[in-house]
Design a protein around this ligand. Structure first.
Ligand SMILES: Cc1cc2nc3c(=O)[nH]c(=O)nc-3n(C[C@H](O)[C@H](O)[C@H](O)COP(=O)(O)OP(=O)(O)OC[C@H]3O[C@@H](n4cnc5c(N)ncnc54)[C@H](O)[C@@H]3O)c2cc1C
Length: 438
């Protein structure tokens, strides 16, 4: 392996969303050598996708522009388009790019791997043009023409509102926005926002952008219809079913944290989230975690946790401590989110026996019903063993059957054979910049 492909950092950050960017900036500003790796072509994660210049022009992204500016002058080594898939030995991660393999050595590590959408299977959910809500937004951001298209937005969580507002602003028609949460939970959520001044402003802006869009609480999709492509969606709206013609269904049931890498490294996970101490350190010494993997809390929590993790990983614990109050305020919002958008039990009966649950390996609901655990289902049906490695069907079976994966094995993502064989265990050059690592 060429030396260019072997890199060693005092602190390595995995994940270039808000948590990873703020972590890397704070590490670098402490004078410690830091690298950041992300699998997308540019930094930004789910919410700040795009370049600094584009971000600066968009309303509501001033915070992003501020962090991009600091990032640009901090001297951070950035590796985009590289996906971390293995830890062959403690202190070394392997990341695969389009046609290369990187060996990334570290003394301390910050995991900021974010979250993905939760999908729940229902009849017709595999039809073309049934997409994740955030997924459709990402496609629209990368050029999918959406003007004049009818998009039903459905599922649960505040992301639905953000997506509907974005699509509408870009010319889509939203015939209905369905939220499974009961009206009283939403009322409590709105009441709780009064204690979060920053969120009130966002809520008013969303309300203005969505004026005139029919909003239905207590409602969710039960079937998607169409021949070769989606033509309409049947929703259950306050107990009555109604079919709505549409071009797209943007559907997601809140978010699930990306905890596969922390699990591979041996970090303790509680109730689905990575366990961290006050300084965002996991149960593995020198491995920190920030953002959605420690609890779904939105961008404000990701920003403050990223900073604490970065400062602590760089050994600047006193500065990290100054941010504990801000983190507690952001965590309050995370708890409110969790209560308001809890999934209702009726969603467990959405699939019919023929509904595909594992779409990579074509495993229908009826075959899974014959098993009592994720492991048994994997062994007998290949559920979760396709290209997505259970990232879609795993969280779905957690809701449907309360199954939990009991182990994570490398490679975390499908990788080239050459990459799997490529690690020779050669020690990369040692760091030349000493950092005050804790
Ligand atoms: C699809 C989607 C759309 C969203 N849209 C919005 C929105 O419009 N508005 C809003 O307020 N909130 C949105 N959110 C929520 C938002 O993601 C969070 O509030 C915030 O971005 C969390 O920041 P983060 O840094 O923790 O994670 P993220 O922003 O998710 O960043 C994590 C990064 O780590 C990368 N990564 C993960 N694993 C690896 C690996 N093994 N190797 C290399 N890179 C890796 C990911 O690709 C990603 O770029 C969205 C969430 C999702 C899932």
């Amino acid at each position: 392996m060429s030396k260019d492909l072997q890199k060693r950092f005092d602190v390595l950050v995995v994940g270039g969303g808000p948590a990873g960017i703020t972590a890397a900036v704070r590490v670098a500003e402490c004078g410690v050598r830091v690298g950041i790796v992300d699998d997308n072509a540019t930094l930004g994660g789910q919410i700040w996708r795009g370049t600094a210049e584009e971000q600066g022009q968009e309303e509501g992204t001033k915070e992003a522009a501020r962090w991009y500016r600091r990032f640009g002058t901090a001297g951070i080594t950035t590796l985009c388009g590289k996906r971390v898939f293995h830890q062959p030995e403690p202190g070394v991660l392997l990341a695969e790019g389009a046609d290369d393999l990187f060996e990334l050595g570290y003394r301390n590590l910050v995991l900021a791997t974010g979250a993905r959408e939760r999908f729940l299977p229902f009849p017709g959910w595999t039809l073309p043009n049934v997409l994740g809500a955030g997924g459709l937004q990402a496609l629209a951001k990368s050029g999918l023409p959406i003007r004049g298209k009818r998009v039903v937005v459905a599922g649960t969580g505040p992301l639905l509102l953000a997506v509907a507002a974005y699509l509408r602003e870009h010319g889509a028609e939203i015939p209905i926005l369905c939220e499974q949460a009961p009206r009283r939970s939403l009322a409590r959520f709105t009441g709780a926002l009064l204690g979060q001044p920053g969120k009130i402003a966002q809520a008013f802006e969303l309300k203005r952008n969505l004026a005139g869009v029919p909003f239905a609480a207590n409602s969710w999709p039960v079937a998607a219809h169409g021949g070769q492509i989606l033509e309409g969606v049947t929703i259950l709206r306050a107990g009555k079913s109604q079919t709505v013609p549409c071009d797209y269904l943007a559907c997601g049931f809140h978010l699930v944290p990306n905890i596969e890498l922390p699990l591979l490294l041996g970090c303790q996970v509680n109730s689905g989230f990575v366990q961290v101490d006050d300084f965002q350190q996991t149960t593995i010494a020198g491995v920190f975690c920030a953002g959605e993997p420690t609890g779904i809390g939105g961008v404000d929590l990701a920003l403050v946790e990223g900073q604490i993790a970065g400062l602590a990983a760089a050994g600047c614990r006193a500065e990290a401590q100054e941010l504990f109050g801000a983190r507690e305020r952001a965590r309050r919002f995370a708890r409110i989110l969790d209560r308001a958008f809890r999934l209702r039990p009726e969603l467990k009966s959405l699939p019919s026996p023929e509904t595909m649950v594992c779409r990579c390996e074509d495993v229908p609901y009826s075959r899974l019903q014959q098993h009592s655990s994720w492991r048994a289902a994997k062994l007998h049906t290949r559920c979760g063993m396709g290209p997505c490695q259970g990232r879609v069907c795993g969280p779905a079976t957690q809701v449907l059957f309360q199954w939990n994966p009991d182990s994570v094995r490398p490679p975390l993502f499908p990788a080239r054979v050459a990459s799997l064989a490529g690690f020779r265990g050669a020690k990369p050059e040692q760091s030349t910049v000493a950092g005050g690592l804790g």
